[in-house]
Design a protein. Structure first.
Length: 365
């Protein structure tokens, strides 16, 4: 300070601070030689607290209001000072104003991904960020632990330390929670409340109060998000054949609504696509295209009743051997699809050529 500041200090007897910033937490009132007139007026506004520091020690604390600095208002200061020139003499003290309002929209986030083990995806890396607000709870403690002799203390000077504290606790809590990755979004509020509860005592050690800590987002690495998007897309598409048919129909409808906008090649391509889809539809429904051979006919199978027990099924070659071996005779009951009931073997059309020819009955004379 120059000579003008010294002369002005002799006449100025109003001590006050108005804050034009949005991040100043502590401000030291500048006075030449820290000389304060006895009887000076101290104005402490709402959301402010003023502290007088004498020879490095906190002397008095003033809540919001208008004060005339006299011995009746400064009991501690009166005890500390010897007042060699009487009670009306000037005294030296530093005046610090503490901004007691809430500082909002402070950011926190993980500098590096947090490694976690997820039950569904295995080992994953997560990033997280959010916001919080803070206010000075105990000015004297905040002054001793954090501010010191800093004459203009801003939120940026402590935000790094607070962010590191939050991210450290967040990483531990998230790792111990065991919440599946896909369920984290549904638990943001619970995580925010739990982290706030854990951090409140640690903030109080600095003389600060933690408010409204919010978890805004927890994200996966980009490559993992892409893989998850593909997996989600497949679940949404469902039946691929139905999806292709839908896409073809959409293309046809779009071309029909804008006939002048498409080329012959595009129209031909859509025609081939539709024909291909129709061919697949006919195949799925059982219809056969001209170039496809008919299915191989299934061999007829037979059941045979032996000792009132069903045996089989047997193919025709096996039945032939059983007839030749005498295991099946003409009266043996047999059945095959689509017969409604069991019939004697001699009446089965497929067995007619297997049984030996019987002579016709002798005519009566």
């Amino acid at each position: 300070m120059g000579l003008f500041d010294k002369i002005l200090g002799e006449f100025v007897d109003v001590i006050e601070w108005t804050d034009n910033s949005n991040d100043t937490m502590v401000y030291r009132f500048e006075r030449y030689g820290n000389a304060i007139k006895y009887g000076a007026m101290l104005t402490v506004r709402e959301s402010q607290v003023a502290i007088l520091v004498n020879e490095g020690r906190i002397a008095d604390l003033f809540e919001p209001g208008l004060y005339k600095l006299e011995t009746s208002n400064m009991p501690v200061m009166t005890t500390l000072e010897s007042w060699p020139h009487g009670f009306n003499s000037p005294f030296k003290a530093e005046v610090y104003f503490f901004n007691m309002r809430r500082f909002t929209d402070l950011k926190w986030g993980t500098k590096n991904p947090v490694m976690l083990r997820d039950k569904e995806f295995g080992a994953v890396r997560l990033r997280a960020f959010g916001t919080y607000s803070v206010k000075i709870k105990d000015p004297a403690l905040f002054s001793k632990e954090i501010v010191g002799t800093n004459g203009h203390f801003r939120t940026g000077e402590i935000s790094d330390q607070l962010r590191n504290l939050i991210t450290s606790r967040f990483s531990s809590i998230l790792g111990e929670s065991g919440i599946p990755i896909l369920d984290l979004a549904a638990n943001y509020d619970d995580l925010s409340s739990f982290i706030s509860t854990k951090l409140t005592p640690e903030f109080l050690e600095y003389g600060l109060e933690l408010n409204n800590l919010l978890v805004e987002n927890i994200s996966l690495p980009e490559e993992v998000e892409k893989a998850l998007d593909k997996r989600t897309s497949m679940g949404i598409v469902g039946n691929l054949n139905d999806y292709l048919r839908f896409q073809t129909a959409e293309a046809m409808q779009s071309a029909a609504s804008n006939p002048s906008g498409g080329s012959a090649g595009v129209e031909m391509g859509m025609g081939f696509a539709m024909a291909n889809e129709l061919s697949k539809t006919f195949t799925a429904s059982g219809a056969r295209s001209p170039d496809t051979p008919p299915p191989i006919p299934q061999q007829l199978l037979f059941y045979v009743a032996v000792n009132d027990q069903k045996t089989g099924p047997f193919d025709l070659e096996t039945i032939k051997q059983k007839i030749q071996n005498g295991e099946i005779n003409r009266t043996t009951l047999c059945w095959h699809q689509p017969l409604a009931d069991w019939i004697p073997a001699e009446k089965v059309a497929d067995f007619a050529s297997i049984f030996p020819m019987l002579p016709p009955p002798i005519p009566s004379l």
